[in-house]
Design a protein. Structure first.
Length: 429
């Protein structure tokens, strides 16, 4: 599908976001290994999260979906059944990496794979700790999917993450539920904490001491009734759009405001965005609130603060749209983002190529980008590389570009934000 977009006169109205993808994955997996029924409202409608549900069904879990409400009948900590088929994680790195931690604790062999994009993403970072814990994990050369996992009783480990990755951290913590003693993970750069929060909500014992996160084995997990907050990563596209288009004002209700991801909001405010958090509250350990954003001409006149170190790790998924925003301001420097090379696409390369196609000056670094800024972008054909975040980021670029921009393979947005194009059309005037 090709989506054609022209500059918007303004953005106004209410943006109802899909449920948080990261939280939805974790709730579904923990519900599957809990006792009793779990019911989640506001569950993410993304293709990625439904890949997780499909894998759980193949493992003998009863799952029913009605609109954005998902009910899961738990099978207990060790109750998953051997699948008769190869599990298909689709495009979802979260599905394959987190579910591998749970499968490593089950005494049968499972094969799990994904689409062509996922099959090129590195899995050695989860294979190594799972092998240290006693699981047998096989892969293609280079640690690439498909994975074959033969699990069972695991040994506890104290594991230091070699890269900042919430997915790797979560894989090891979930495997730790099946270990012979307490398992600990050290992260020197904090990553999103949804797994730790969800584990506690379902009944696991989690302790945090400095950089170390510990989980005790063999918990009695119980089904929960929870509401998933709106996806902050999905909100980022509309926050950036309102920053670019004169006269814009948007309200985004019920957005997840987890402290490990709130860096995005703090960064945008430091950059000069007129952004307010309203009606802040907490539910099931996850803060949430309503975001009100208004057009910010001052933001466009200055250079955005550099994105580096801990900020990069906290905002890794939002960097594509922040790069677009940086091209409209006086510029932006992005560093320590080598992880973007191994996402659904090489996002550093994709951002640079598409910004150049729109007339921006961009220098590509091994771990980031230097964006000169200060230019009015021109229309172009955007090559998404079937990467949802690239497609949606350059939809934002199109809102303030001259001429008609065409987003190639625009259906890729469904991976994380089904209905994105309709939502955008509903607020663009």
């Amino acid at each position: 599908m090709i989506k054609s977009l022209r500059a918007a006169r303004t953005l106004s109205g209410v943006v109802n976001l899909p449920g948080d993808k990261s939280i939805s994955h974790r709730y579904a997996m923990l519900a599957a290994i809990s006792e009793g029924t779990s019911v989640f409202s506001g569950f993410a409608s993304s293709r990625d999260c439904h890949s997780t549900l499909d894998c759980l069904r193949a493992l003998g879990v009863e799952v029913s979906v009605s609109g954005d409400t998902v009910a899961i009948q738990g099978r207990g900590l060790s109750g998953l059944k051997k699948s008769r088929q190869v599990l298909d994680a689709g495009n979802s790195g979260t599905t394959i990496r987190l579910l591998s931690g749970i499968l490593a604790g089950h005494p049968f062999e499972t094969a799990i794979t994904g689409d062509s994009s996922l099959s090129g993403r590195p899995m050695g970072r989860i294979i190594r700790p799972l092998q240290q814990m006693g699981a047998v994990v096989e892969s293609r050369d280079g640690g690439l999917p498909p994975l074959k996992i033969r699990g069972g009783q695991l040994k506890s480990v104290r594991y230091t993450l070699p890269v900042a990755s919430a997915q790797v951290k979560s894989c090891v913590l979930l495997a730790g539920l099946y270990a012979d003693a307490t398992t600990a993970v050290e992260e020197t750069i904090p990553t999103r904490s949804h797994t730790e929060i969800a584990l506690r909500e379902f009944g696991a014992t989690v302790r945090i001491s400095g950089n170390w996160i510990e989980v005790d084995p063999n918990p009695h997990l119980r089904g929960q009734t929870l509401r998933v907050p709106g996806d902050l990563s999905g909100a980022a596209f509309f926050l950036a759009g309102a920053a670019l288009v004169p006269g814009s004002e948007l309200l985004l209700p019920g957005v997840g405001l987890n402290p490990s991801r709130r860096t995005l909001l703090d960064y945008l405010v430091r950059s000069g965005l007129d952004l307010k958090v309203l009606n802040e509250r907490e539910d099931a350990g996850e803060p949430r609130g309503d975001l009100r954003v208004r057009y910010s001409p001052d933001l466009l006149q200055s250079r955005m603060p550099p994105i580096q170190g801990n900020d990069t790790a906290s905002m890794i998924d939002e960097i594509p749209v922040l790069a677009v925003l940086g091209a409209h301001t006086a510029g932006l420097e992005i560093s320590d983002a080598g992880e973007l090379r191994v996402k659904e696409s090489d996002r550093i390369s994709a951002i640079a190529a598409n910004l150049r196609a729109m007339g921006a000056e961009v220098s590509e670094k091994p771990d980031g980008l230097t964006i000169q800024g200060g230019q009015t972008l021109q229309s172009a054909d955007i090559v998404t590389r079937n990467d949802h975040r690239i497609g949606m980021a350059f939809a934002v670029a199109a809102l303030a570009a001259k001429g008609e921009t065409r987003i190639i393979d625009a259906e890729c947005a469904d991976v994380s934000f089904p209905g994105f194009w309709e939502t955008l059309a509903g607020v663009a005037r």
